[in-house]
Design a protein around this ligand. Structure first.
Ligand code: PGA
Length: 260
């Protein structure tokens, strides 16, 4: 019997990044709608949502016995300590998180997050028993300056430095061109696939081909129900990190169901 191809072996992963939106009451309404909308989607697609910290605990309870995983939007690199206003990875784990989004471009742009910082946070997330969704992506200026692949290369190498292949195989990378986030300007499938293939080649160099073939690379940036299927059909696009469209159950569930 033929072995499944490497791309078939990677389970599509759709994650919703709610950012700084939704009170607890609003979060619970959205979760109820989502549970109904995607209850039939079992094996083909993995689904996670990242509500704001304040809603994680009630949302975790509302997700019990569902097929939706929970993710944090950020964490601190230390397990505990005098870091006013910060949240540690073990705290997210305790609330039921399986994933933590790290290095989102809004964190990089507004909160000074660096590749070295993401690298340390990745170690904290693993130590706490969760998995990272590591975000990379170029700005419009960098793309127009022909620097996309080199910028992404620096970010990928900086964030992933020092991890063993066995750890890396479970990481999720999200390629999110900054100019496509929240702007309605989605990258063309060709632009996205080119960078995804480049990232996979980088992962082969960092670890090895087997590991690189296991790692899921999500695309993020204005993913909507009407463009999701085409993006998800690309060889190296293994899912999506969805912002705006994850705030509406109908839109997010349509994206979850878009993988053919
Ligand atoms: P968007 O955000 O879908 O609203 O463009 C994506 C993200 O920031 O992860």
């Amino acid at each position: 019997m033929a072995l499944p191809s490497a791309s078939l072996a990677r389970r599509c992963f759709i994650a919703g990044n709610w950012k700084m939106n939704k009170t607890v009451a609003d979060s619970l309404t959205l979760v109820r709608e989502l549970r109904n909308a995607i209850s039939q989607v079992r094996d083909r697609v993995e689904v996670a949502i990242a509500p704001p910290f304040t809603a994680l605990h009630p949302v975790a309870r509302a997700l019990e016995d569902s097929n939706i995983a929970l993710a944090g939007q950020n964490c601190h690199a230390s397990d505990s300590g005098a870091f006013t206003g910060e949240i540690a990875a073990p705290m997210l784990k305790e609330l039921g998180c399986s994933y933590v989004i790290l290095g989102h471009s809004e964190r990089r742009q507004f909160f000074g997050e660096t590749d070295a910082g993401v690298n340390r946070k990745t170690a904290a997330v693993l130590k706490a028993g969760m998995l990272p969704i590591i975000c990379v992506g170029e700005t419009l200026e960098e793309r127009e300056g022909g620097k996309t692949l080199s910028v992404v290369e620096t970010q990928v190498k900086g964030c992933l430095q020092g991890f063993a292949a066995a750890e890396g195989a479970k990481f999720v990378i999200a390629y999110e061109p900054v100019w496509a986030i929240g702007t309605g300007k989605v990258a063309t499938t060709r632009q996205a696939q080119e960078v995804h293939a480049h990232i996979r080649a980088l992962l082969t160099g960092i670890w090895n081909a087997d590991t690189a073939q296991q790692i899921r690379i999500q695309y993020g940036g204005s993913v909507k129900p009407d463009n999701a299927a085409e993006l998800l059909a690309q060889t190296d696009i293994d899912g999506a990190l969805v912002g705006g469209a994850s705030l509406k159950a109908a839109d997010f569930s349509a994206i979850v169901k878009a993988k053919g």
